[in-house]
Design a protein around this ligand. Structure first.
Ligand code: NAG
Ligand code: NAG
Length: 449
């Protein structure tokens, strides 16, 4: 399929240097948006059928979307597996991703992307490092990642954090993660026509996972996440809907008002038969869950993985686990209709502080003052993977925020249409569009005036 990039220009300038345009997205896949507690493309329910994709692992993180020969090779396997989504944990936000994103788009594959990198992230070491690492240099990188990917139709969701909370003594990171979620939503509202879903990917911590789910979906709308995801390794084959405890989780989250999905799954205690695929995409779960991502594509030292990579030749070899996952996906189709989703759920109540949830206040830190200018001027170039890092850089938050203060603040219009066409929405033309138009012409795509 061809990829179209369409930019419609509407009306004249808002100010002296900016014109009012309706940016359209790049790519031919329909944009996925949130409706109630589910994802949709148009009026069709969308389930994530995916795999985590970070060859080489997190330690010396490389951007897998820039290695085009390997990506092409791997996309052939994604198609063979029958998936529609990959999750990537680290990208280089200083680079252009048109080529890799188009290859994925052509293959029918969406991207669930982490907005953080090892060096540009929150530092959960202590209360002090948490506060210190929530700064404008960090947010600049996060926002630059948004800018680098926002125009791709097949960008599915962005994660505002991954497994930051992994014990009860760092549950206090929750207000910072939620502040980042709020800031990302505000930045998107101010700078982009499409409402890209933003949410957190939580670790499999039984003691407080429910509190995390509630916390990210409570409070004012500007602070609430658009979805919640958690990594779940509790289904260890041979298992079942009941034995895994997944039946209890469906009950637990039955009133949850935003989409839930598994940002990682696939317990390797015993040989994986991938029995959870049949459950996850059945009506036992579809009223509450929207699928998930099997962990993970390449075999890494941690022992998960569907393909082995020969480091000298670069050749990859799908293993028996790959074949079983492929078979499981193949024999399991999505539920018909809307899967019993809920359109009008209520936001959650914020969880009370207790021994497992050491979050003393629902008030969030205010955005660091120096980061406010990004809302009107844009974030500028991303630092990429070779930057100096943000953990101890820049300027931190100086106060707690008034709930609701993360609403769109700029002159640019608020959220675009859910279908991503953004018709009627006017947005200040950031400079990047100038480059995009040139690139679009080079790719021979259609421009609609
Ligand atoms: C949390 O507890 C672990 C294990 O006891 C400890 O290593 C870590 O330093 C603690 N973190 C904080 C923020 O106190
Ligand atoms: C759905 O739930 C029923 C009853 O709890 C169970 O017997 C059945 O195996 C489940 N189906 C799947 C596909 O897990």
């Amino acid at each position: 399929m061809r990829s179209f990039s369409t930019i419609a220009l509407l009306g004249s300038s808002i100010g002296s240097a900016v014109a009012s345009i309706v940016p359209r997205q790049t790519g031919s896949l329909p944009v996925v948006s949130v409706k109630g507690n589910a994802f949709f493309t148009g009026d069709k329910r969308f389930y994530i059928r995916g795999v985590a994709y970070q060859p080489g692992g997190a330690a010396d993180a490389q951007d897998p979307l820039l290695d085009i020969p390997s990506l092409k090779r791997d996309i052939a396997n994604f198609k063979d597996l029958g998936i529609n989504t990959i999750r990537v944990y680290t990208v280089d936000n200083s680079k252009n991703h048109d080529e890799g994103m188009k290859l994925l788009d052509d293959a029918g594959i969406y991207l669930a992307l982490d907005a953080n990198t090892p060096d540009y992230s929150l530092n959960r070491e202590s209360a002090q490092t948490l506060h210190r690492s929530y700064n404008d240099v960090y947010l600049q990188s996060v926002f630059a990642t948004i800018d680098a990917f926002a125009d791709y139709n097949n960008l599915l969701v962005l994660f505002s954090g991954n497994e930051v909370i992994n014990a009860k003594n760092n549950t206090n990171a929750a207000t910072y993660i939620k502040a980042v979620t709020r800031d990302m939503k505000q930045y998107i509202s101010n700078r982009h026509a499409r409402k890209i879903p933003i949410g957190y990917s939580a670790a499999d911590v039984a003691e407080n996972i429910e509190q995390q789910a509630l916390f990210f979906n409570c409070g004012t709308d500007d602070e609430r996440a658009d979805f919640f995801a958690f990594n779940d390794y509790s289904w260890c084959d041979p298992s079942s809907f009941q034995k895994s405890g997944w039946d209890a989780k469906v009950k637990l989250y039955q009133d949850y008002s935003i989409p839930l999905f598994l940002s990682e799954f696939g317990c390797i205690t015993n040989t994986r038969q991938w029995g959870e695929i049949a459950a996850l995409y059945s009506t036992n779960m579809s009223a509450v869950y929207s699928g998930g991502l099997a962990y993970e594509y390449t075999v890494e030292p941690n022992g998960f993985g569907l393909v082995t990579v020969d480091s000298s030749s670069g050749k990859i070899e799908p293993n028996a686990d790959f074949d079983r996952l492929k078979a499981a996906y193949k024999k399991t189709s999505n539920p018909t209709g809307d899967g019993g989703y809920k359109q009008d759920g209520e936001p959650s109540q914020c969880p009370p502080e207790d021994d497992e949830w050491q979050v003393t206040s629902t008030l969030l830190p205010s955005i660091p003052k120096k980061a406010l200018s990004f809302m009107t001027d844009g974030a500028g170039d991303g630092p990429g993977l070779d930057g100096d890092g943000s953990h101890f850089a820049g300027e931190t938050s100086s106060a707690t925020a008034t709930p609701g203060s993360g609403e769109p603040s700029g002159t640019a219009a608020a959220a675009g249409n859910a279908d991503g066409t953004g018709a009627g929405v006017s947005v200040a033309v950031p400079l990047r569009f100038v480059g995009m138009i040139v690139a679009s012409v080079l790719f021979g795509v259609v421009l609609v005036l």
